[in-house]
Design a protein around this ligand. Structure first.
Ligand code: SAH
Ligand code: SF4
Length: 357
């Protein structure tokens, strides 16, 4: 059993811990500075703490909950880490340097119970929620690899962030309060869990929200995403519109394009009609190949362009996901803890409810 970690505790919690161990509260602030601002992973590096206090801390707490399994470097500057916290459950995070900023893509769960039929994580089933410390530690580990500051975080790794609401919102708070990231630079991508979208809106924080829509038609969306049986296209879009009204943030609609399935002009037309009244950006993501057993394929450049042009002709704001880290399978939907065997969790997945209530 691993010990509790310091990463995941807020400054007031670290101050309380320092006091419990017989030190002045300001020691807690010093620890926060080492772990969150400097991203250190060794007690020896915490130079301004008395050696005896460091030794006492080391007896009861690890600094980070994470251990590294694999570090893969892509030819285009993307780093992918496979991490674990002392058991066999592996999850993944990715560092994404761009010219104008550095971003990272992190996991919120080990696996995912939502069962989307195009996604390697979904096909592998679900193990557990990550703690706030395990979520923030992914950022900190990636930051220790990056010469530039990581200013943006997207919850688009493994898992459905809104299913792990308490830990994810605690992590959002730590990113803001302890690491100093703007809420506006934190993006949650969701499959469309309507009650949780409404809960998030109630927090009144300007967090960027992205909905994975993938078709404006219920019949097709239900085939891709079982969640649609519970909250359909209309309900998911209504919740997003209300999220915009509550936070003032433009929302993102993620649209995965699968050849001759959801990439038709008819669907571009219907999508435009359904989102026009809401300030939005549509982010097109050509399918990253995963062996789904369904014969899903990536559309040609021409089909993607035709879909995009049709949306634009209707006044829709469109961006297109530039694929990164292709040679190390770091792209959206391909994170599955592959070291443990492809889709090793699939069997356990079938025993879990698709949409936990
Ligand atoms: N669970 C959340 C966030 C993690 S998935 C969600 O579903 O939104 C992040 C994004 O990757 C989602 O938009 C998802 O639909 C997309 N994705 C999953 N599998 C993919 C694949 N094989 N190719 C391209 N995008 C994929
Ligand atoms: Fe889970 Fe998102 Fe993958 Fe669906 S796309 S299975 S919600 S991680």
């Amino acid at each position: 059993m691993s010990r509790p970690s310091l990463i995941g505790l807020s400054t007031p919690e670290l101050q309380a811990l320092a006091e419990q161990l017989g030190e002045k509260p300001f020691r807690g602030k010093q620890i926060a500075n080492w772990i969150y601002a400097k991203a250190v992973r060794e007690y020896d590096e915490m130079k301004d703490l008395p050696a005896a206090f460091r030794a006492k801390l080391a007896e009861t707490h690890d600094i980070s909950p994470l251990h590294l399994t694999t570090h893969k470097k892509s030819t285009d500057g993307v780093d992918k880490l496979l991490v674990h916290n002392g058991d066999t459950q592996v999850y993944e995070c990715v560092l994404l340097p761009y010219e104008d900023r550095v971003s990272c893509c992190i996991s919120s769960q080990v696996g995912c119970p939502m069962g989307c039929t195009f996604c390697a994580t979904g096909l592998g089933g679900f193990d557990r929620n990550l703690t706030a410390g395990e979520i923030v530690a992914q950022y900190l580990w990636l930051q220790s690899l990056s010469p530039r500051r990581i200013s943006h975080v997207v919850f688009m790794g493994m898992g459905e962030p809104l299913l792990n609401f308490a830990n994810v919102t605690k992590a959002l708070n730590l990113f803001h309060e302890e690491i100093g990231l703007s809420y506006r630079h934190l993006t949650i991508s969701t499959v469309g869990l309507v009650p949780q979208i409404r809960e998030l809106a109630k927090l009144g924080l300007p967090i960027h929200l992205a909905l994975s829509l993938h078709s404006p038609f219920d019949e097709i969306r239900s085939k891709l995403m079982p969640v649609n049986h519970k909250w359909d296209v209309a309900e998911a879009l209504r919740a997003m519109h209300d999220y915009h009204k509550a936070t003032g943030r433009k929302v993102t609609i993620e649209y995965l394009l699968i050849n001759e399935l959801n990439d038709t002009i008819e669907q571009a037309e219907a999508l435009a009609t359904k989102i026009m009244r809401m300030p939005h950006v549509v982010n097109l993501i050509p399918f990253n190949w995963v062996d789904t057993g369904n014969g899903f394929a990536r559309p040609s450049r021409e089909r993607v362009r035709a879909f995009r042009r049709h949306l634009e002709s209707k006044g829709v704001n469109v961006t297109e996901r530039v694929e990164r880290g292709h040679d190390i399978a770091a792209a959206c939907g391909q994170l599955a803890g592959q070291h443990a065997g492809r889709f090793a969790r699939r069997e356990r997945a079938s025993t879990l409810p698709v949409v936990p209530s």
